[in-house]
Design a protein around this ligand. Structure first.
Ligand code: 13P
Ligand code: SF4
Length: 308
């Protein structure tokens, strides 16, 4: 079994080299996929990195909205994904019709959409944000009111941090099933089991959980947190793939999962599918030019606001 795995990894590496692909993977990918990737990161890091890549062929391991963002920022590059079914239910919970309805209902109020949204919705937004920069982006906008979607938990975190009046869209149905399902008793159990450990959670968890944590941050921010504290042990409240990333980055620290939370969409990507993807050069990510032109403006606005 191990030899078969090693052979497959070797073949993937050869294909990657001969076909001149670069592999980008999100922090939630399976450990063996993170290990074969050239770059592993959060959605903002990957989107930014993609613009600086010299290679013109990208194999992306994550979910569809992330792959589309990479294509959006790199229209002349080939972007392929191993499984086109790998999507994000949170992103799909918002439709362009809902965004337009709120635009008409609240004229002049800026619409900020989380990068976990469809390209069609991004085309209707004023600016995009990620969980790493949502607070800064909203704080830098003029005015007190902001329409924000689709994650209601990130919306409430942004409201708390900025003091602004956030109108969440689509509302109660906008959440990530992976982060919404952490048990409220888990941080309390973790404190009992690991009294010295710091608890870190992703801002997609509900408010009640956030309040029981020591640190709230995106996956990229979670990767910087251990170096900023003296703590040796950490309890991690996000998708389980993050544990591999943290353990590899900080081999001298101990990481426990808050719950065994799995994003089944992220986990659709496997080594076998990666091999097929590189071998057959499937599945190519394509985006509608007109939608891309509009969505690009809202992503560009994010980069502009970040530079201020
Ligand atoms: P990050 O932007 O923190 O990587 O999160 C993306 C995501 O899908 C969280 O569930
Ligand atoms: Fe979407 Fe949640 Fe999976 Fe992230 S963890 S890709 S928000 S379903």
């Amino acid at each position: 079994m191990e030899t078969m795995l090693a052979n497959m990894i070797e073949e993937i590496m050869e294909l990657k080299k001969s076909k001149d692909f670069v592999i980008l993977a999100h922090n939630y990918q399976l450990p063996e996929l993170q290990d074969i990737a050239d770059h592993v990161g959060d959605s903002l890091q990957l989107a930014t990195l993609a613009t600086q890549l010299e290679k013109s062929r990208i194999l992306f391991l994550g979910v569809d909205f992330m792959a589309e963002t990479i294509k959006l920022l790199n229209p002349d590059k080939t972007v392929i994904v191993p499984d086109p079914e790998a999507t994000c239910p949170l992103a799909n919970s918002l439709t362009p019709e809902i965004v337009e309805r709120y635009r008409n209902e609240f004229p002049g109020v800026p619409i900020v959409l989380y990068i976990n949204s469809t390209l069609e919705c991004k085309a209707f937004a004023d600016v995009i944000c990620t969980s790493a920069n949502a607070v800064e982006i909203v704080a830098r906008l003029d005015g007190q009111r902001v329409i924000f979607g689709p994650d209601k938990n990130l919306a409430s975190y942004v409201a708390e941090k900025t003091g602004k009046d956030i109108i969440p869209i689509p509302g109660e149905t906008g959440y990530c099933y992976v982060h919404e399902n952490f048990k409220i008793s888990s941080p309390l159990d973790a404190r009992r089991s690991y009294p010295e450990a710091k608890i870190m959670v992703h801002p997609e968890v509900p408010k009640e959980l956030r309040r029981l944590a020591d640190y709230v941050g995106s996956t990229g921010q979670m990767l910087r947190y251990p170096a900023a504290t003296d703590a040796r042990e950490f309890v991690v409240g996000t998708e389980i793939g993050m544990l591999h990333r943290l353990r590899k980055t900080f081999p001298d620290r101990i990481f426990y999962p808050l719950d065994h939370a799995i994003c089944s969409n992220m986990k659709l990507n496997t080594l076998e599918k990666v091999y097929r993807s590189l071998n057959e050069e499937v599945y190519e990510v394509t985006i509608d030019e007109e939608i891309a032109r509009k969505a690009f403006k809202s992503v560009r606005k994010m980069f502009e606001l970040m530079e201020r």
